[in-house]
Design a protein around this ligand. Structure first.
Ligand code: GLP
Length: 241
């Protein structure tokens, strides 16, 4: 595991964008695994800027997102589909047909979840997966629990996560309590993983993650310790002792 500590959010985002752009330039047909939340927004902004400056071309890139709320329409500004269009896809030359986001409105969600993993496999697998982390250690929407799903699946969100994420909803009461998320196996199959951590509110979880050389389903991000190619970029606010 490679740990990079950066001064602040801006520096973390810059380094993350540098890594992503190098990967895309090295493989124009790359398959990206993408994340939502406030943490990757700065990285996406820089990727957009450098695309607009002509440095990076997304025309052959494909992407798979980690997760989505169940029951929100893509036109709902709080949906992850809307988030991705707004924060990245609408501003780069990626084909929208090449951007995959789990469909939280699929008729048969269990069947759809299997198909999502199969599609990732069929496309050749994710080359680099971007992750954020929940204050409770979740990745994607894999919440701390006695057992964690291997493949993409439907999960109940914890009160903690619903509280953390209610800030993205005009009416915090409207946050769904169910989501579809890539499972731990879906995430760990990515060839490379880039975990971004920023801010004071992530200090405790960062400490738990980095100090315990153990895996536990109660801290889903700890499973990243088993992956051979993980880079963590953390800012000083999240890292300081
Ligand atoms: C949500 C997403 C996660 C993300 C997390 C952290 O729960 N499902 O994929 O990592 O939020 O969000 P933030 O970056 O806003 O702290």
């Amino acid at each position: 595991m490679k740990l990079i500590v950066k001064k602040d959010y801006e520096e973390m985002s810059k380094k993350a964008a540098d890594i992503m752009i190098e990967e895309i330039k090295g493989n124009p047909n790359i398959i990206l695994g993408l994340a939502t939340g406030s943490t990757p927004i700065g990285m996406y902004k820089r990727m957009i800027k450098r695309h607009k400056e002509g440095e990076v071309d997304f025309s052959n890139v494909k992407s798979f997102n980690l997760d989505e709320y169940v029951g929100l329409k893509g036109s709902n500004p709080s949906s992850y589909k809307y988030f991705m269009n707004e924060n990245l896809f609408d501003h780069i030359n990626i084909g929208k047909e090449n951007t995959y986001i789990p469909d939280g409105n699929a008729k048969d969600l269990n069947l759809y979840s299997k198909e999502y993993d199969n599609l990732i496999k069929k496309m050749g697998g994710i080359d680099i997966q971007v992750l954020g982390i929940g204050t409770n250690g979740h990745i994607g929407f894999n919440e701390p629990a006695k057992e964690l799903a291997v493949g993409t699946s439907i999960v109940k969100l914890t009160e903690n996560t619903m509280k953390d994420n209610s800030r993205f909803f005009d009416n915090p009461e409207e946050i769904p309590n169910t989501a579809i998320t890539m499972g731990m196996g879906s995430i760990l199959k990515a060839k490379k993983i880039l975990l971004l951590i920023s801010g004071e509110n992530k200090k405790e979880i960062t400490k738990r993650l980095l100090e315990n050389n153990k895996v536990t389903t109660q801290l889903p991000a700890s499973f990243l310790l088993l992956h051979p190619d993980v880079t963590i970029i953390v800012d000083e606010k999240a890292y300081k002792k």
